[in-house]
Design a protein around this ligand. Structure first.
Ligand SMILES: Nc1ncnc2c1ncn2[C@@H]1O[C@H](COP(=O)(O)OP(=O)(O)OP(=O)(O)O)[C@@H](O)[C@H]1O
Ligand SMILES: [Mg+2]
Length: 281
């Protein structure tokens, strides 16, 4: 098993203010699996991903990768955020090579390893369609291009585990479709294990082998769905009855667990109060 979360819990704050961000998370992810996480805002998706990245410690339970306890971030795990988080003072090519440069320095590089890194950077540049802009700076790029640079940078160290937190959330629908096929292609090619957070249920089904649905207060896994589609995905599958049925089921379940009814009650209360408010001076 690549990733094992055993009764993982995470709390923020103390005493009466203590918030259970994650409550007894039990999740196993296999090598080369693509798992997507969905759920209402605040249900702990980003917290879980940050724990997998080694950026947060568990308060209870255990998190194992390849059977070893996770204590720190590592080069074998790469994290991509929603907002591109590129280094603004570096060109596209140098952004992509940046982490590799650190790694190479640490390992007392040989000219062969520098050459291999350079070849990989070139291949990623071509794969991501960035060849025309390698000397540009991030502020000269569109959102979609910046995100492709961020993904190329994450892939540069050939991570075994790719952790993605709403990576396409800020992109338009057309660019997002291109990115979906690109990430599926990379996943096939590199045999990586991917844990991918999204608000977009359609994206979660199209990309995932399994969809993990989380719920808030306390943050927990509500249910896990096997996606009833062949692993090789094609866009026409988005119209398949089993795709649409799962989409409906997930949307209903997210709404049921999100507490949105309470919010609608509040809205109702708000408009009733507004109607009885005094008019003018
Ligand atoms: N550093 C922190 N300190 C205190 N509370 C935190 C911290 N990080 C997260 N939380 C709380 O933990 C809960 C889970 O947050 P998290 O960001 O993991 O949710 P999420 O599912 O990613 O939400 P969203 O869909 O809005 O991104 C939230 O209630 C949040 O306010
Ligand atoms: Mg989040």
């Amino acid at each position: 098993m690549k990733i094992q979360c055993r009764n993982l819990s995470k709390f923020f704050g103390a005493g009466a203010q203590r918030l259970t961000a994650l409550d007894n998370i039990e999740l196993q992810v296999q090598h080369n699996e693509f798992v997507t996480l969905v759920g209402a805002s605040g249900c702990g998706k980003s917290t879980l991903l940050r724990m997998l990245a080694g950026l947060e410690r568990a308060d209870q339970g255990a998190l194992l990768i390849d059977g070893r306890h996770v204590t720190d971030p590592g080069i074998a795990r790469a994290l991509v955020f929603q907002h591109y988080s590129l280094y603004p003072w570096l060109t596209v090519l140098n952004n992509i090579k940046f982490c590799r440069r650190l790694d190479v320095h640490r390992r007392h590089s040989t000219s062969a390893s520098v050459e291999a890194a350079s070849g990989r950077a070139d291949a990623l540049v071509r794969l991501m369609g960035l060849a025309a802009c390698i000397d540009a700076y991030p502020n000269q790029l569109s959102g979609g291009m910046q995100q492709r640079v961020a993904i190329a940078r994450a892939l540069m160290g050939r991570p075994e585990i790719l952790l993605m937190d709403e990576p396409f959330g800020a992109l338009d629908a057309q660019t997002r479709e291109v990115m979906h096929d690109l990430i599926l292609h990379v996943h096939r090619l590199e045999q990586s294990t991917i844990v991918f957070v999204t608000h977009d249920v359609e994206e979660a089904i199209y990309l995932g082998h399994r969809v993990v649905l989380m719920a808030p207060r306390p943050g927990r896994i509500d249910s896990i769905y096997e996606v009833p589609l062949p692993r090789e995905r094609t866009r026409d599958m988005k119209h398949a009855p089993q795709f649409l049925a799962l989409k409906r089921e997930l949307l209903d379940r997210i709404r049921d667990t999100s507490g949105i009814e309470t919010d609608l009650d509040l809205l109702d209360q708000l408009s009733r109060n507004g109607a009885s408010a005094p008019q003018g001076d």
